[in-house]
Design a protein around this ligand. Structure first.
Ligand code: UFG
Length: 340
């Protein structure tokens, strides 16, 4: 298939592109490089030994996007591009409505103009907020706690309504849980321009001695060891979910469209202390940590029921926490060597 990947130099987009190239799809990436580096493109090509077309483009640039669609006949769009920091979204909510919501609306209008009727959209488990029931099902109650989550949920709703008015559109909304890890080659991994305040990047800082210790945000949650629990998923498993979603769309050839939601996680909840322990063990590196206060806005636990994705997409995560910790450290170590 001729696939347009928006945000293809980001963490998830770049790894998904590798998975798509492996299955011989043609990929064109558009990205404004606001939080990713052009080096990532070279890394994608080095890993996959294939060429990728890249166009530096902001989705809010309607003319440029129109021109791209005029010149290319895409079969499907996989839409990753967007801003993704919860904290930043609280400080700058409008940025999230423009970069995430408005750009998705523009994208859908241009797709319609050029008769492209298939899209896979990157949503997030963040839409569930503090879970009312666990494991989370696609039908679980949504609870929007910040503008980032709101932006993802607005886009989901927009596509749902859009599909009702455009019945031949085939739409998949993927709610990702917590992707970590890196491609097993160690040639590509997460490489944002602005550092994230997520758990794994901090563990890597401590492992590489850039920070003295990790702060563990709270040990008084209602979980087994009191620390937060998340459904961490290997980035390559998450990447594969996009290939399976694409196969699902292609195998539904009939005229009737759909708009389906799938949770994408491993189905297991890992605590913060479990991650620290596994990372230390598989990489033989000590991770000193201190328990500090809870981080405002954090939920206690989040993990998914995987049955719908398994049944409909014929997809399930294959890698475990040890793989995630080993692969991410291989990537980080290669970066450290390169910079020394
Ligand atoms: N944590 C620490 N110390 C740190 C960083 C995180 O203890 O230095 C803890 C958090 O308190 C939480 C767990 O590690 O219990 C995971 O935190 P992350 O920041 O890695 O991930 P979140 O689940 O908070 O959020 C992430 C993304 C969101 C996304 C969500 C999907 O940042 O954008 O996963 O569910 F929406």
């Amino acid at each position: 298939m001729n696939v347009l990947v928006t945000g293809g130099t980001g963490f998830i987009g770049s790894h998904a592109t590798i998975a798509l190239l492996k299955k011989d799809h043609d990929v064109t990436i558009v990205d404004n490089l606001s939080n990713s580096k052009i080096d990532t493109l070279r890394a994608i090509e080095n890993v996959s030994l294939k060429k990728v077309r890249f166009i530096e483009l902001d989705l809010l640039d309607i003319k440029a996007l129109d021109c791209l669609f005029k010149k290319n006949k895409f079969d499907i769009v996989i839409h990753f591009a967007g801003s993704k920091s919860v904290n930043e979204s609280i400080e700058k909510p409008l940025k999230y409505y423009f970069n995430n919501v408005y750009s998705s609306i523009i994208l859908s209008q241009i797709m319609k103009k050029y008769d492209v009727k298939k899209i896979i959209f990157s949503s997030s488990a963040t839409v569930y907020g503090e879970p009312a029931d666990i494991p989370l099902k696609e039908s679980s109650k949504v609870s929007i706690l910040n503008p980032y989550a709101a932006s993802k949920y607005y886009i989901e709703n927009y596509f749902r309504e859009y599909q009702k008015q455009n019945k031949d559109w085939k739409i998949i909304l993927l709610r990702y849980f917590n992707p970590i890890g890196a491609h097993e080659s160690g040639l590509i991994g997460e490489s944002p321009k602005v550092p994230h305040n997520n758990l794994m990047p901090y563990i890597l800082k401590v492992a590489s001695k850039e920070s003295e210790y990790l702060q563990v945000f709270g040990d008084d949650y209602d979980t087994e060891d009191g620390t937060g629990v998340r459904d961490f998923i290997h980035i390559m498993d998450l990447a594969e979910a996009h290939v399976s979603s694409l196969d699902f769309i292609s195998s539904n050839q009939g005229p009737d469209g759909f708009c389906n939601i799938f949770n994408i996680g491993t189905g297991k909840g890992y605590s913060v202390l479990e991650i620290i322990e596994t990372f230390s063990k598989v990489n033989n590196i000590e991770i000193p940590y201190k328990i500090v206060d809870r981080r405002p806005g954090d939920v206690s636990q989040s993990y998914t029921d995987v049955s719908l994705a398994k049944k409909s997409l014929n997809w399930k995560a294959k890698k475990d926490l040890s793989d995630m910790c080993r692969d991410v450290w291989r990537w980080k170590s290669s970066q450290l060597k390169k910079n020394n």
